[in-house]
Design a protein around this ligand. Structure first.
Ligand code: FES
Ligand code: FE
Length: 457
């Protein structure tokens, strides 16, 4: 074990230059590194694999990925959400072969072993013969269980049964995540099943971008800004859009970008400078209708309300593999609608990942608003959305670069480091970087990656 730990540390020093803040392009293609990532990242981290509103009834299930491991996420007779490895303990067949459904019994098609939604073993057909000579008890023949924790209805699971709690995993960032996922009385619900797409790229290309890459908005999404679909006017002095400015947050590799609501409307309407309270009323965060605003005010602390009024968190990620977009997104008629979207990034080999897109709305949102939100999410951040098709075009190119024997000798550079600069009136939580987008939070993502990869096994 010790020699393996030493081997990993040595290997990591080849890929990540901590002193100069550079990452070898080879890290985007290397098969051995990839196998280590499955072990050390995807079998260790808390991973978001769905939302409990996808499976409201007993027996409801969805099949999801944790790394390359398929799991069954099911609501069992105890009303709880259980996550079980979709591998039959008999001869390793996938027990469940559909994406989703309702089943009180999951029966393996190969030899018929049967399991409850909580993963426990029921029995086998012609059991006396089939189980004859079996040295294990029925209790030992259930599906392998992951550790599960719900947060704002999101289903998080991990194979690390003795590791940190989800709260510890989030650290200070939970204070900010609560403003997205725990802000109303009833919480979020999914708008339909998620979209799934396999992208021909290494998972880390999308993973590290989710950690507050603000730079690319200006260039890669330049056409979206040009047609006025990003919100706000172009700032000619800085040749950029307001979306480039904000307050970046980072902690434990997680990150969020807080972007101030546009005050030009208030000034144009002769309202002058707004108080934080007035601002929150005039520009509620995406997804919050006027009817829901009193709930937000009740559920959030004074400090959280201050952040929401000054610059609400709108985009970012959760380490290692989640991308958050709670934004205003374009509608066909040229106006903007709320899009509450999460993407998960699950690796399928070093050169592919599954990009799963969930749409949300707060429970209690009027039906016609949900229709608008679904349209805004689809047009902006769905798999074919005008924003996400830009991003999903770059990641395969980066991965291809890593396949070239010369290309892989290049490095990715994270030297645009501004350092922490917390505004005086900002809560003392997480690392805070105000101003034009910089590399700080993305480098923190790589540091969290490095830490988990080199942790003693
Ligand atoms: Fe599932 Fe044999 S592999 S019952
Ligand atoms: Fe983007």
């Amino acid at each position: 074990l010790n020699s393996r730990n030493d081997y990993v540390k040595e290997a990591m020093s080849q890929f990540i230059d901590l002193e100069n803040r550079e990452v070898s392009v080879a890290a985007l293609h290397d098969q051995e590194l990839y196998e280590l990532e499955l072990e050390r990242i995807f079998a260790k981290a808390w991973l978001m694999i769905g939302h409990e509103t996808e499976i409201p009834n007993v027996g409801d299930y969805v099949v999801r990925l944790m790394g390359e491991d398929q799991v069954i996420v099911a609501r069992a007779a105890d009303g709880q959400v259980h996550v079980s490895l979709n591998v039959c303990p008999h001869r390793a067949m996938h027990v469940c072969l559909s994406d989703s459904g309702n089943a009180r019994v999951q029966k393996c098609i190969y030899h018929g072993w049967a399991f409850r939604p909580d993963g426990s073993f029921i029995g086998a057909p012609i059991e006396r013969e089939q189980m004859h000579g079996n040295i294990r008890t029925k209790e030992q023949l259930g599906l392998k269980k992951a550790r599960v924790q719900l947060y704002g209805g999101l289903v998080f699971a991990t194979w690390n049964h003795d590791g940190p709690s989800l709260d510890e995993w989030f650290g200070d960032m939970k204070f900010y995540y609560d403003m997205l996922f725990c802000r109303t009385d009833k919480g979020l619900e999914v708008l339909g099943p998620p979209q799934r797409l396999t992208i021909d790229a290494n998972w880390k290309t999308a993973g590290e971008q989710s950690a507050c890459d603000g730079f690319h908005t200006l260039t890669l999404h330049g056409s979206v800004i040009d047609i006025g679909a990003m919100g706000g006017e172009t700032d000619t002095e800085h040749e950029s859009a307001p979306a480039m400015y904000g307050i970046n947050l980072s902690g434990n590799g997680h990150s969020l970008r807080c972007i101030a609501a546009d005050t030009s409307w208030a000034l144009a309407h002769g309202k002058g400078e707004l108080t934080p309270e007035e601002r929150l009323e005039a520009f509620p965060p995406p997804g919050i209708t006027p009817e829901l605003l009193p709930e937000v005010k009740r559920n959030m602390s004074a400090e959280q309300l201050h952040v929401l009024a000054k610059a609400p968190p709108v985009v970012g990620g959760m380490f290692p593999n989640m991308n958050i977009l709670f934004i205003y997104s374009p509608l066909r008629d040229g106006t903007l609608g709320s899009a509450l979207v999460l993407h998960s990034i699950m690796p399928k080999g070093p050169n592919h990942f599954e990009w799963t897109t969930y749409y949300f709305a707060e429970k209690g949102t009027p039906e016609h608003v949900k229709v608008m939100m679904r349209a805004a999410a689809t047009l902006g951040t769905g798999t074919s959305g005008i924003i996400e098709q830009d991003d999903s075009d770059t990641w395969p190119h980066m991965t291809e670069s890593a396949k070239g024997v010369i290309g892989r000798t290049e490095t990715m550079k994270y030297q645009a480091i501004l350092g922490e600069n917390r505004p005086a009136d900002w809560p003392d939580k997480a690392k805070v970087y105000e101003g034009f987008g910089k590399d700080d939070a993305q480098w923190e993502w790589w540091l969290a990656y490095h830490k988990l990869m080199t942790a003693e096994a």
